[in-house]
Design a protein around this ligand. Structure first.
Ligand SMILES: [Fe+2]
Length: 280
């Protein structure tokens, strides 16, 4: 089975479109979205509609909630000021989005139900944040030095879920944590390292993995291109692998959409547009 794993679209319609165009060419059977469809960006309504159309076409394996999706429906406690203003604007816009408003809100509402926050299939586990805290825990590159944190998270993957490979988003930074049992340590490979030094593909073998799939709509690894993952996997098969894809999209058009929103609302701060230009 070939899956496309996408995450953190953040209402960036241009990025979402271009990513789906690339997915279309990759002979992918199913798409898994790991959360944060909305928040930060200028096109939440169109992004929800696009996700709904994938669902109606039977292309979606799962669409997990992120902390921003949850906040758009239930309120934005614990967010920084800019994120909070953007999510309040997003929730208002969705509520006032005409005849299809209730379908859109129902989709996000169902997505954010507690039982829908984690998805498991064979040895594969999918979450937004981490297997310990589905919506809110960040697992950053530097955590590779935090033995206790990674040990707890890997243990949660294996004991709580009987899984081997955990896929997540939330940090917007693509990379893979490896539980190298032979060497007795944890390792980290960034997407850039995998592309430049490991031939672009990462084999699924004996080691347990935590795979951050990166972000479609707001990458934060210094590369503004959209990022997603192709997962080529069959249970009990040799040769399963992960491949990161980086996709150019029309950033200028997304910035224009930010400008259009900002003509009538000051809720989307200019920094949110600036950061997607630079991938930070
Ligand atoms: Fe996010």
């Amino acid at each position: 089975m070939r899956y496309a794993l996408i995450s953190d679209i953040h209402s960036n319609l241009e990025a979402f479109h271009s990513t789906l165009e690339d997915i279309e060419k990759q002979q992918v059977e199913k798409i898994c979205c790991l959360g944060d469809l909305v928040g930060y960006g200028p096109n939440p309504v169109e992004c929800v509609d696009l996700m709904l159309s994938l669902q109606k076409k039977g292309k979606l394996e799962v669409c997990l909630p992120g902390n921003h999706d949850q906040a758009a429906i239930f309120g934005s406690e614990g967010f920084n000021f800019m994120a909070q203003e953007a999510i309040e604007w997003t929730g208002d816009l969705l509520e006032r989005s005409g005849a299809l408003a209730s379908e859109r809100l129902d989709f996000l509402g169902e997505m954010t139900q507690p039982q829908a926050r984690v998805f498991q299939k064979d040895e594969l586990l999918f979450v937004h944040g981490s297997p310990r805290n589905f919506l809110n825990e960040y697992v950053f590159e530097e955590d590779v030095e935090d033995f206790k944190k990674l040990e707890d998270i890997f243990t949660s993957v294996s004991r709580k879920f009987s899984s081997k490979y955990c896929f997540m988003g939330h940090t917007h930074v693509p990379g893979i944590f490896v539980d190298n049992k032979v060497a007795g340590k944890y390792e980290y490979h960034s997407q850039k390292d995998i592309a430049e030094n490991l031939g672009g593909k990462f084999s699924l073998g004996d080691d347990m993995l935590l795979v951050n799939v990166g972000s479609v709509g707001q990458p934060r690894d210094g590369n503004p291109q959209s990022c997603y993952v192709i997962l080529d996997y069959e249970p009990q098969r040799e040769g399963n692998y992960i491949e990161y894809r980086r996709i150019d999209y029309d950033v200028a058009k997304t910035l224009e959409a930010f400008d259009n929103v900002r003509k009538s609302s000051d809720k989307l701060h200019v920094f949110l547009a600036e950061r997607i230009k630079e991938g930070r």
